[in-house]
Design a protein around this ligand. Structure first.
Ligand SMILES: NC(=O)c1ccc[n+]([C@@H]2O[C@H](COP(=O)([O-])OP(=O)(O)OC[C@H]3O[C@@H](n4cnc5c(N)ncnc54)[C@H](O)[C@@H]3O)[C@@H](O)[C@H]2O)c1
Length: 247
């Protein structure tokens, strides 16, 4: 049920972190992988890991915030692989600061990548999915999009937008057998969270019923479920992957 044999998956922001873990997980399940990030050269490490699993992999320099770049990227992927079955909108950035001091540039930059990027990639990839009458879109949101967070007004707004966008796409595309769901990760162990001092890490853990940070693989497992036929009757949902921090 959790297999993706003969499926093609496009993953944005795949050079490192969650995107890399998701690429490896979907490849392990049998998918061929189209990796996208700002610079194709940054994708070498992820590509090597996918290749080692015996799957086909290609790398594309795509800026998800730029409509022209997305159109060119999706066209190239469709030409190279023949189709896109799974789209994982994972690329995301933060530019934190209290609202009082948040610049318009920092607001725009985060909304452009995190929300407009999801709109552009979904719009470009869904045409083929609608034609083939199958496909699944998985958008990486965040628990911050559900609960808000001081110092992250731009990020919270972008991720809240991704959640309501996902529900709307689910409603619009359901009749074509295309599903769309969101994953809302909590604190996931990455280079970013590792840098926090021990006190802060311990305080964060107190908020998590499972008393640990998540691993990138915890998120990748949930993406695999939503990408595969195991979730054939699941659309328009938000699956929090946060150790119970948000219920
Ligand atoms: N790490 C966490 O704890 C956590 C928690 C909740 C949600 N998330 C979300 O998960 C996703 C991945 O997070 P991560 O921690 O792996 O981040 P990361 O910074 O390690 O990786 C993000 C990737 O996106 C790429 N990227 C940035 N802007 C881009 C653009 N315009 N076009 C294409 N690619 C672009 C970067 O180059 C990078 O490779 C993000 O959407 C993030 O908001 C992460």
């Amino acid at each position: 049920m959790f297999e993706l044999n003969d499926r093609v998956a496009m993953i944005t922001g795949a050079a490192r972190g969650l995107g890399q873990a998701i690429a490896v997980k979907l490849a392990e399940a049998g998918a061929d992988i189209a990796l996208c990030d700002l610079d194709a050269a940054w994708l070498e490490e992820t590509a090597g890991k996918v290749k080692a699993l015996g799957r086909r992999v290609e790398c594309y320099g795509v800026n998800v915030a730029d409509g022209e770049s997305v159109t060119v990227g999706v066209k190239a992927i469709t030409k190279d692989f023949g189709k896109i079955d799974v789209l994982v909108n994972n690329a995301g950035i933060t530019k934190d600061g209290l609202l009082m001091r948040m610049s318009e540039d920092d607001w725009d930059a985060v909304l452009d990548v995190n929300l407009k990027g999801v709109f552009l990639c979904t719009k470009a990839a869904m045409r083929g999915m609608m034609k083939q009458r199958s496909g699944t879109i998985v958008n990486i949101a965040s628990v911050i999009g559900l609960m808000g967070n001081a110092g992250q007004a731009n990020y919270a707004a972008s991720k809240g937008g991704v959640i309501s966008f996902s529900k709307t796409v689910a409603k619009e595309l359901a009749s074509r057998n295309v599903r769309c769901n969101a994953v809302a990760p909590g604190f996931i162990r990455t280079a970013m969270t590792d840098k926090l001092d021990e006190d802060v890490q311990n305080k964060m853990k107190e908020l998590i019923p499972l008393s640990r940070f998540g691993e990138p693989e915890d998120v990748a497992n949930v993406v695999l479920f939503l990408a595969s036929d195991a979730s054939a009757y699941v659309t328009g949902q938000v699956l929090s992957t946060c150790g119970g921090m948000v219920m």
